[in-house]
Ligand binder design. Sequence first.
Ligand code: ADP
Ligand code: ASP
Ligand code: MG
Length: 485
Amino acid sequence: MSEGSRIGDASQNSGARPSIVVMKFGGTSVQDAAAINRTISIVKGRRDRGLRPVVVVSAMAKVTDQLLAAAAAAAANDCAGAMAISQQLRERHLETAAQLVGRNIASVAKVLHEKFDKLDDILRGIHAVGELTPRTNDLVVSYGERLSSRIVAHAFEYRGLSCAHVDARSCIVTDNHYGKAAPQPEAIEARLLEHVLPLVEARAIPIMGGFIGSTAEGITTTLGRGGSDYTAALVGGGLHAGAIEIWTDVDGIMTTDPRICPDALRVKTISFAEAAELAYFGAKVLHPATILPAVQKDIPVWVLNSHNPGNEGTKITALAPMSTSPLKSIAAKKKLTIVYVVSCSMLMSHGYLKAVFEVFDKYHCPIDMVSTSEVTVSVTVESTEKLPEICAELSAFAEVTMEGHMALVCLVGDDIRGRKGIAARVFAAVRDINVRMISQGANGINLSFMIEEADVDEAIRLLHAEFFAEPDAAVFDVEARAVLA
Ligand code: ADP
Ligand code: ASP
Ligand code: MG
C-alpha cells in the first residue's frame, strides 16, 4: 500500500483533508503495554510520512464485558462481586500504565484512581437502589474507553509524541437511545471542527475513546457493541479525512472468520456495499454501521492488522473490483430467533404484512430476514427482549410460534443475483444441514439462509471449501495460503 495511492484516493473527496488519517485500534491492539507500544509505533510511522493521525481506541480487550458484569452484579445485590471486578480492572490498568510511562506513573495513577473511585461510587449506587437502568449501564461501560484512551495518551506523551486527549463525549453527539444511541452527524461535525481540527492543525495527535458519546444535554451514551469502528467512521466523515484505518488482530477482511476456518484468505479489495452486508450479517471485524459515514464522503476505509503492520490489509472502496470468484466472503450471525406468524383470518386480505411489521416497529425490534407465504410471515430477530410484548400483540390476529438458537449464514459477492448456478452450489454444499429460511435477490450481492446455531461452523467450512478452493489471485491474498500450506 503506497502513501501515494492513499493520498490520491482522498483527494477525490470534495472539501477533503487528504492528509488526515483516522486510525482506530480495537481492544486487542491496546490490551497490554506491548500492544500499546506497537500501536504507538504504527501511528508514529504514519506521522513520519507526513500524515496527520487522529487516534480512536477501544477499551482494553475484555474490559467492556467485565464492566457489564460488574454493573449486573451490583444490580443483583452482589456488591462484593462488582467491587472485585472493579479492583481487578484497577490493577490491570495501573500495571499497564506503569509499564508504559515509567517514572511518570504518579500523575497517571492519580487520574486512574480518580476514575476508578468514581466508578466504585456508581456501582455502590446501583447496588443501593437495586436497579440498573440502560442509562446507568452506559455510564458504567463508558469507563472502558475513557480509561484506555487516557493511558494511551499518556504513553504517547511519554514516547515524546505531541498529542492531546479528547473526551469523545464532547464530540460524539447522539440521541438518548441508551445502549445503541444514534449519532447526529451534523452536530458531531461541528464539534469535531471546534475541538479536534485545531489540535490536528497544531500538529498534535488527538486521542479519543471509541464507542462512547453523549446526548446534547451531556448524558453519557454508547453506540452499541463494537461501536468504536463507528466512532472512527464518524470522526473520519466529520473531519473529511483522507482515510480511515481500522486496526485489528487479523490481516483484513477475510473470506470468512479465520477462527472458524483457519485457511480463510485475506480479501484485498472489497466494495462498500459488500463490506456493509458482511458487517451487518455478522462479520465481527467491522461494526455494521461503520461504512455509511465513509461512503457518504467517499473516504476509503482500510482494515489492517496491528500485529502484522507490514501486511497491506483490505481496502474498502466504492466499487467492487472485477473478480472471477462469485463470492468475496461468508459471514454468520448467531443467537437469532425465528418468529412464525400465521393468520388464516387474513387469507386473501391486504394489509397483513403491514399489520405484522407495525408490531415489530412499535417495539423498535429490527428484523433481519423475512419470508412469506399466503397466510404466514416468518421473520428473524436478534433481540428477544421485547418478544413477549410483540407476541402478545400479534396474537390478537395471528398464531405465533418461535424457534431460538438459530443462525443466519450470509454469502456476499459481486452480482450473486446475476450469475447462474450459485444457489445450486450453495445448497449442494450444505445438503446435510436443515435449512429453515432462504433469502436472495433483495440486492444483487447477498444470499442468506437460516440454520440451527449448532450447524454454523460446519456449514461455513463446507461453503468455504466449495467457493474458495481456487481463489482469484487478483482479489484474494493467495500467496498467504501458499505460506500456510
Ligand atoms: P477489534 O477488537 O479489533 O475491534 P473484533 O474482535 O471486533 O476486533 O474483530 C476482529 C475479529 O473479527 C477477528 O479476530 C475475527 O475472528 C473476526 N471475524 C469475523 N469475521 C471475519 C472476517 N470475515 N474477516 C476477518 N475477521 C473476521
Ligand atoms: N469496547 C466496546 C466493545 O467491546 C466497543 C469496541 O470495542 O468497539 O463492544
Ligand atoms: Mg470490533
